[in-house]
Design a protein around this ligand. Structure first.
Ligand code: MOS
Length: 764
């Protein structure tokens, strides 16, 4: 099908308030955790207090004696009743191969060991606290060793996927200017406001699951595998999600046990995990370490780039994010070496967390680039300009478009970068040391098969249905704008239904692919409707008889021809059908690989990942870019660190919904500041247990930490990425931010802090 028409003055690109905003602020939006189910029993988890070993014995008598307790699930009565679902190391639809309550084995701290079900939440909680477990405790590995670099315990390099070209080692040895440094990022946990809840309701042999999810089709199919039942018999409902950031992308172990408990009791069961349990019953961002070596000539041209990364995973799973895919193609360089190592530890399996690969890996590279600029006594923006590239240096494939330097120039100007004195410690304001830093943001423009149904009623109201998700990103609004644009109707006339597995399948709301994937599907459905209306109008007697149907457009509630003839949409609709007019589209991305081209929609229906990465888009690569500049102020005596302002300029193709896109970039940059200065999950290394598993001690930025945040859109047209020209930007904003902070801290103090987060004590 041809590229959908691009209409000047259409709804795409209009700044409108989010269409679900009123529902959300009035409390009318029904999140899965809010669903009230008649006669539900309440479940409470018991989780392991050791990280490695075996359960010797349960003592359940005290728990069973609590009034209202209905059932207690442990491996002794659930073993063999819940099967495994498929796991994909690249981020699958099940988060882990670790099966709790299948054996006495303990793989990590906080693993589910029992589930108490009672008449009330309070009774379930009380009884859960009265469950005593005797363990055989074995010594646990918490993560990286205390010495670095290698060797690491059970290091397991996955071969074959490490980009390289030329001879990076030789070129580094011969380089006129060298940077050789280690960087580290900490464990992080998503902490969405909506907790990890699940409510299961059986009706005969069909199961309804209310659970906040970024991928209802994945959840449905994974759960069907685990429960050994047909996926057709499961419905997953998640129309709103109270935060996710990757933590609700995959099926986690709790869900099947809630379904099992509901079956055993023959009544609905609702589970609410606690905030502390959220740290171990879902996924997390594993800590990473990086060894970056850059070699350059005196003019600043890179001659050698090597990036070796280490990531923690669980003992059984080879989970890795492997961001060298991106750091190897960011700058022109003839000699590149990359390697990614997995360090297995007695921890849960990690998973997606906003910009999973780019956040830690680009952090390391962008700090190293700043160090190189210092070593060259060169402006860091000029260093990026000298090494800018329009092709992947590994294989020469061109970027579909790349406006990195336009982003740098726009952001630098808005920030006032030209007034920067490059000398560290040279800029002050009273007792405050001022540091200015910058870094590159980038994210692959991923896209996946998606299906959508668009229905136009005889009165011209439009209904869009697809099982995509609005995880706070603005998907409802972007999808409505797309339909309103292509059908030429007011936004108020469009309703959008998402987050229900009975709707046409759509991909995971992850990898920043949702807008591109779903809006292209919706646009094709609208285009199909337009074309059918136009054909009928051109063949019939009437004002448009004989006109070229391909050139007709829907705008302002009318079907119009280029020469100015038109008729109301309602008249056009009456001609073609007496009832509503419907179009169902199975969109396959233009860049999809052969397998996805052939199998994509089958994969989508069975909940398998079918996303094509922007780093592997056939004959080209496709990325969104940005440049972020920020100021830190460090108090001369107390070393208090403040970020009074940040400016980001972004080129991410066509912006469908500017209001919500800006919000995504703004939130991303704020998270980036938090990543640099606040966030870290602390681990008791002797016991391999998380220490700060609550929102009092897991630090995130609050209002007082964030002052001016400026988002600039750099216009970019790129219809090679997909027909609508969408690059996706949900994750773009928080890539590079932490490096900009670290670089600014160096500029303020002359101290290079390479391990995140940067805290006052690092600067004393
Ligand atoms: Mo995003 S971390 O891919 O949900």
């Amino acid at each position: 099908m041809n590229a959908p028409s691009r209409i000047d003055g259409g709804m795409i690109g209009r700044s409108v308030p989010r269409i679900d905003g009123r529902l959300k602020v009035t409390g009318a939006a029904c999140y899965p955790s809010d669903v009230g189910v008649e006669d539900a029993a309440h479940a409470f988890l018991v989780t392991s207090t050791i990280a490695r070993g075996r359960i010797k014995q349960f003592h359940l008598e005290d728990a069973q004696a609590v009034e209202g307790v209905l059932d207690i699930l442990t491996y002794e009565n659930t073993r063999g009743k819940v099967g495994k679902a498929r796991f994909f190391a690249g981020g699958g639809y099940t988060s882990t191969t670790i099966m709790p309550m299948d054996s006495p084995k303990i793989w990590h701290d906080g693993q589910i060991v029992a589930m108490v079900v009672a008449e009330t939440f309070e009774a379930a909680r009380e009884a859960a606290h009265k469950v005593r477990v005797d363990y055989d405790v074995r010594e646990a590995v918490a993560g990286f060793g205390d010495t670095r670099p290698q060797p690491r315990q059970m290091s397991n390099p996955l071969s074959g996927s490490d980009p390289k070209t030329g001879d990076a080692e030789k070129a580094f040895r011969e380089a006129e200017v060298q940077v050789d440094a280690y960087y580290a990022t900490p464990t992080q946990h998503h902490n969405p406001i909506e907790l990890f809840t699940t409510t299961c309701v059986w009706s005969g042999d069909t199961l309804t699951v209310y659970e906040p999810s970024q991928f209802v089709h994945g959840l449905k199919n994974g759960l069907a595998q685990q429960l050994n039942m047909s996926a057709d018999k499961i419905r997953v409902v998640s129309p709103f999600v109270g935060g996710a950031f990757g933590s609700k992308a995959a099926l986690t172990p709790r869900t099947a046990f809630v379904a099992l408990a509901a079956k055993r009791l023959n009544r609905p069961v609702k589970l609410v995990s606690t905030r502390a349990q959220a740290f171990t019953v879902s996924t997390y961002r594993a800590e990473t370490e990086h060894h970056v070596k850059l070699g350059a000539d005196r003019s600043g041209r890179l001659t050698s780039l090597s990036h070796e990364g280490w990531e923690v995973s669980s003992r059984p799973d080879n989970y890795k994010v492997a961001g060298t895919e991106t750091t190897s193609l960011l700058y022109a360089c003839p000699n590149i070496y990359t390697k990614v190592n997995i360090v297995h530890a007695d921890r849960g399996t990690p998973g997606f967390m906003r910009s999973p690969a780019e956040v830690p890996y680009v952090y390391a590279l962008e700090c190293a680039m700043d160090e190189l600029a210092v070593a060259l006594t060169m402006d860091p923006v000029e260093l990026r300009r000298i090494n800018d590239t329009q092709v992947n240096p590994i294989d020469g494939k061109p970027y579909s478009s790349r406006a990195l330097m336009q982003c740098y120039d726009r952001a630098a100007e808005a920030f006032g970068w030209s007034k920067r004195n490059p000398l560290p410690g040279s800029m002050t304001d009273g007792d405050w040391l001022i540091g200015w830093g910058c870094a590159t943001a980038c994210y692959p423009s991923n896209v996946a098969p998606a299906e959508a149904r668009v229905t136009v009623a005889p009165n011209g109201t439009v209904r869009v249905q697809t099982a995509g998700h609005d995880i706070g990103t603005g998907a409802y609004t972007a999808i409505a704008l797309t339909a309103a644009d292509l059908l030429g109707v007011p936004l108020e006339q469009v309703s959008v239904e998402l987050g229900d597995s009975t709707l046409p399948p759509a991909p995971v709301a992850g990898g920043s692919n949702a807008t591109a994937s779903i809006c292209n599907a919706v646009a094709q459905a609208c285009e199909d409707i337009r074309d059918r209306l136009a054909q009928a109008a051109s063949h019939a007697d009437g004002p448009l008889g004989g006109a070229d149907h391909g050139a007709m457009r829907l705008r302002d509630g009318r079907l119009v021809t280029p020469d100015g003839r038109s008729e109301p949409l309602k008249d056009a609709l009456t001609r073609i059908d007496f009832g509503p007019m419907e179009s169902y589209v199975k969109y396959t991305p233009e860049i999809a690989s052969g397998t996805v081209k052939v199998m994509g929609h089958k994969m989508l229906e069975s909940g398998l990942p079918a996303m094509t990465s922007g780093s592997a888009a056939g004959d080209h690569i496709q990325y969104a870019f940005g440049a972020e500049f920020l100021e830190v102020r460090i108090h001369r005596r107390t070393r208090e660190i403040r970020v009074p302002r940040i400016v980001g300029a972004f080129a991410a193709g066509r912006i469908i919904s500017p209001t919500t896109a800006r919000s995504q970039l703004l939130g991303g940059m704020i998270w980036g500041i938090g990543s640099a200065l606040h966030e870290a999950t602390d681990i008791d290394r002797r016991a391999a247990r998380y220490l700060n598993d609550d929102l009092a001690e897991y630090l995130i930025p609050v209002n007082a930490d964030i002052r001016d945040v400026d988002v600039i859109f750099v216009p970019e047209e790129d219809y090679q990425v997909n027909a609508l020209g969408i690059k996706g930007l949900g994750e773009l904003g928080n890539v590079g931010t932490a490096a900009a902070v670290s670089n600014a801290v160096f500029h303020a103090t002359g101290r290079r802090i390479r391990d995140l987060p940067i805290r006052i004590e690092d600067l004393l």
